[in-house]
Each structure stands twice: as structure tokens, then as C-alpha cells.
Design a protein around this ligand. Sequence first.
Ligand code: NI
Length: 171
Amino acid sequence: MALRDIICIPDPRLRQKSAPVRTVTPEVRALVADMFETMYAAPGIGLAAIQVAVPLRIITMDLSRQEEPKAPRVFIDPEILAASDDTVPYEEGCLSVPDYYEEVLRPARVRLRYMDLDGKVHEEDADGLLATCIQHEIDHLDGVLFIDHLSKLKRDRVMKKFVKAAKRAAE
Ligand code: NI
């Protein structure tokens, strides 16, 4: 296992669409192990492969509370089959948009289909934090960031801040 670098906005790779995995190879397993190590170290509750610059449709997640045992979950080629009409607000953050949190409205419940690390396909109904988090992460696979769900004014403000910081870091 190895820690990988998490890429941040305005890195253009975060805007690309990730490709389906279809077959779980040893390389995919190694990537998933690295993603968990990177996610736990950050620390974060969810990570999409593109955030470590690999454009594959893979998500790692652990929504357990601090005092609970770890509950790692992997979603390969995840799809949202259906979403509820009612929405819930949740204050979201993202490892690729560090230290920025803003409320986002998303469907409260979704029906998911995904593949596990053994290549087995599952369907599952998600609500609560899982529903919010999986929608945030699937967005990453399509090059969408949570800031895209905010008003243009807020998004422009945060983008400007990160572009400036990236310029400063490159000097
Ligand atoms: Ni994110």
C-alpha cells in the first residue's frame, strides 16, 4: 500500500469523466488499497479514484463514527438507478477543495447499483449520509464537484481563491 497525492482544484483532471472498470484486476485491488490508505490519512469519509489522478469509476468510503470500528466500503462502476423527489441539505466538503464547506441540496434517497471487489453486482437503497456521500462521489466520476451545485457567485469566489493559491504555490 502507498499514500497517493490528492489533487485539488483548479487541477483540470478533476473535470474529466472517469472510465468504467468492468473487471476487477490485481491493479484495481492495489489502487483500492492505496485509496483507503490515502482517504484514512487525509482524513476523509469518501474518495473517488480521480482525486488521486486515476480516471476510473472507483469510490472508497467509510462513514463510521470515530468511536466505531472501521467500516470500509468500495463502490466500483456505481450507478444511481433512481432518486427521491424530496431533497435534504447537508454541509459538504471535499478533499479536492480543502477547508471549504457549504450546504448542498441533494435527493434524500437513491437506489444504487455497484460492483464490489469480488466483481459481484449489488443493488441497494441508500438514505442519510450514505445517500449524500455516494452522490457527491459519483459526481466526481463525471467531473462534477460539489461547488458546481452552489450559486455561480459562491463557486466563482471559491475557484478564484484556489486559482490564486495555486499560482502562489507555483512561484
Ligand atoms: Ni469530493
